[in-house]
Design a protein around this ligand. Structure first.
Ligand SMILES: C[S@@+](CC[C@H](N)C(=O)[O-])C[C@H]1O[C@@H](n2cnc3c(N)ncnc32)[C@H](O)[C@@H]1O
Length: 275
């Protein structure tokens, strides 16, 4: 068994065992979200974090990317800090911490007052095996498009603040999106399909990462795919997918989601004069 035999399948099992069957340096992108600190009681819960991180390092291609979506529980008045510990472990075993991104929820669940502000984000740690090989940046409109500027202040982190006069002008129409991404959670029809799983991430979030870090035909893995959001979106965007989950029930849900968007054969219409 190698990576190619598993392409475009949802596989039930412990990801540690299934990933052993994947070839070295064979995956372009992983988008995944592990169980957070025991926050939820998944069916068949087993989570050997360090082994999973090492297996991901082995199977990712040089220049490939792992997007690790994670948050911390608050236990006995302190956040656990597990997210940071995991990020540092990924670095320790050889990954670059390419970017620490934020997934901001536009509709966070209101929380009971605990003398702290309402939690409304999760981390999206973007790790790479060496220098990232594919980046198709998402562009957004510039607020001041077309405006003529005389000078502005640039922040150059290696050389302190620098002031530059005489900017190229006018301001261009578009710029690369920032690294805080905002989504509504659980409301869209495509996300409602994941009902039956306690913690799906939004299709839109996965879509933005797959478009950013892969090209059509690339291979996208989610070793803890739950309701199958990553495989579903990979399929929609004409990437190959491999989805793994320990729960048979979630694997079935993932297969159903992909089946529901399977491409229909193109209908051929006759020219009216031929009817
Ligand atoms: C946060 S959920 C993932 C949700 C997913 N991103 C989605 O959109 O539905 C984590 C998943 O990890 C699975 N899981 C936990 N330990 C696992 C293991 N050792 N191997 C495979 N899956 C595992 C759980 O069954 C659960 O579905």
């Amino acid at each position: 068994m190698g990576t190619h035999q598993h392409l475009n399948h949802i596989i039930q099992g412990n990801c540690i065992e299934i990933m052993q069957q994947l070839d070295d340096d064979s995956i372009d992108l992983t988008v995944t979200s592990p169980p957070y600190d025991d926050l939820r009681n998944y069916k068949g819960y087993v989570f050997p974090f360090q082994e999973i991180a090492q297996a991901l390092y082995r199977v990712i291609k040089p220049g490939g990317v792992v997007v690790w979506v994670v948050a911390d529980a608050t236990i006995e008045a302190t956040e656990t800090g597990t997210s940071f510990k995991q990020a540092l472990y990924f670095k320790e075993i050889g990954f670059n911490l390419h970017d620490t991104m934020i997934f901001r929820k536009k509709n966070p669940i209101p929380q009971i007052y605990r003398k702290r502000y309402n939690n409304e984000f999760e981390y999206m740690f973007v790790f790479s095996k060496g220098v990232v090989k594919t980046h198709n940046p998402i562009m957004i409109d510039c607020l001041h498009a077309g405006l003529e500027l005389n000078g502005t202040t640039y922040k150059n982190y290696s050389k302190n603040e620098q002031t530059r006069e005489k900017l190229a002008k006018p301001v261009k129409n578009q710029k690369i999106k920032g690294n805080i991404w905002e989504y509504v959670v659980g409301k869209k029809q495509e996300d409602q399909e994941a009902k039956g799983h306690p913690a799906p991430f939004p299709c839109e979030l996965v879509r933005d990462h797959i478009l950013s870090w892969t090209n059509p035909g690339d291979i996208v893995l989610d070793p803890m795919c739950g309701s199958g959001t990553t495989p579903r979106v990979a399929y929609e965007l004409e990437r190959n997918y491999i989805g793994i989950d320990i729960s048979q029930e979630y694997c079935e849900l993932a297969r159903q989601r992909i089946k529901s968007i399977e491409k229909q054969p193109t209908l051929e219409f006759l020219e009216p004069e031929l009817l």
